[in-house]
Ligand binder design. Sequence first.
Ligand SMILES: Nc1ncnc2c1ncn2[C@@H]1O[C@H](COP(=O)(O)OP(=O)(O)OP(=O)(O)O)[C@@H](O)[C@H]1O
Length: 636
Amino acid sequence: MFAARFDPTKPLVRTEEKKVILDSVLPAKRTNEVLDSSPTDDEQDGASEKEENTGEETEGESSTNESGEIHLENMGEDDMSGDDDESDKHASVLNRFHNTLKMQDTQLNEDYDHEESDGEENSRHDSSHHLVPIPQPKKVRNLTLNSQEARTQEMAVAWHDFVKVVYDPSMVKAFKSYGHFLDSAILANLEAQLLQSTFPVQTAILDALLPSLFFQQANSKSCFPKKVGDVLVNASTGSGKTLAYCLPVVQSLFRRTVNRLRCLILVPTKILISQVYQTMIKLTRGTSLIVAMSKLENSLKEEHKKFESQEPDILIITPGRLVDHLELRSFNVKNLKFLVLDEADRLLNQSFQNWCSVLITHLKREKPNGAAKNVVKMVFSATLTSNTEKLHNLNLNKPRLFLMDTVKLYHLPRLLQEYNFSIPSAKNFAKPLYALRLIISMSKEPFRVLMFVRSNQASMRLAALFEIMMQTPLGSARKIKISSINSNNSKGHNRKLIQAFASANANESAQGAQVMICTDLMSRGVDISKVSHVVNYDLPISSQQYVHRCGRTARAHESGIAINLLVGKGERKFWEDQINVDLSRDVDGCQVRSTNERDNDNEILSLSKEDEQVYRNCLGSLKSVAFTSEHNSAKT
Ligand SMILES: Nc1ncnc2c1ncn2[C@@H]1O[C@H](COP(=O)(O)OP(=O)(O)OP(=O)(O)O)[C@@H](O)[C@H]1O
């Protein structure tokens, strides 16, 4: 495995970093400069990096001339270093730094808006009214919070008014031990899926909810939710949160007599809708519960008729589509007992057509005695927002916060082994080649790699470049199946690629080597078994994104590897100060390992004249491939 290439005995080498105000976007831009001459989707959506200033330059990183144009040095590009005079330089550096912070926030919101409009393409608002999500309040960024203590203090302040229920990894029970609270039909469905015992977060939730649901429902059918109270769960990726909320809901509803909408499960993307739907369907087998999911490829009208003709008991839906149906009166929420928010921080950090206030307004108007609190709200995420203002909008009732005992914001899976692979900035132009060599070197066994890049264009171009390189001596004798998820593909094609990637047993497909190159649309919640490696080809822009990307591997107590490609001092500092600062790992779990120059990196990073020439030829043919495809698409 990849681990064999690194000497685990070597400590994390922290070179004294020159104080650098990092432009977190620049290295990605640098990568895209090589891969992606045309503006990326994100750039098309928002201000492209070229117009936006970036962070302070570090030596050999970049230079910005008076016009704010970014030119890249040491990348085999023309040396276009600017020649500001001293006084201008400081002003422009400070200006660039502030712009970087602004741009990072904008990009974060645009990424979400881009994905949401991507996910909600058929919804009435986007198609007929072209409504754009209401701009979110700017994140309050307090620079003093960069230090770990301040961040921990921020978390403590944020959660201070919640009752905390700290659970630990040892909390595992046999599902059968809940026989007094879980019906035999449900236990049989769990057994049919070979699920014998709980994961820690499931134990914590079942212990807290099942007895109180059992008792309160017996004593006050109509308003038991108000007596049970709300739960918020901050649990690491792959820890079984889906089952943790499905079980109490199904146990509480499956004896109902008439089908009424009693549970709404909100998820941010359509990939997650079908994933949660599958979990629910397996759990409710043999019961009369009607589980429905909103299919974004169906028109709103079709779905409206479907829900009008048969009201589901449990509906899995995205927030934007929920708003549409509420306004169309496809169903009402007067019988609602459970509201589940999966990937809650994503749902709360983004307006999705102001879904939260629309839903709360309907609850207050339609539920008896206007009690929006008479709904058990279950708020789940691996990176639960600590922004109490956002949580406040949910009208929480006696909230209990379930979390692992960690000092930092987010907890990584115990068996996730992270590696930082450093690439000198002077060698950044060959980053795609190093990435391919890493893949080839990782393992001789079959492996399944998810490689995250920052934009659809970069995904498409990196996949094309890998294919071109694989045809040359730079490739390998082993067949490696490369696929790219990007918005240039049709939705159906992307779905087929994901299914092929997820279903092909690594041992059956040709030598089982599969690499899927994707954007952050694949980072949240997607549950694909046996992803052996996650590669952060482009660094994520936040610790939340890092947690969700790496969480595609090392799921359900399996081991997994995450590799971060860090270009130059700037990216190493960004990873340390903006990502690693929020992460906690089990003391007996895997710790971050960093390669150092003496390791086999030299082999991967060594670039003979011949290899460099072959690589540059590949780049050349990539450009002609790109030109041809743009030329062809222009003709059609
Ligand atoms: N008790 C259990 N025993 C065995 N496997 C389980 C159990 N609970 C869940 N799983 C499996 O663990 C995997 C991860 O579960 P799930 O997707 O719910 O994690 P998650 O916490 O929601 O992750 P993410 O934060 O990435 O969304 C799934 O394949 C699920 O089938």
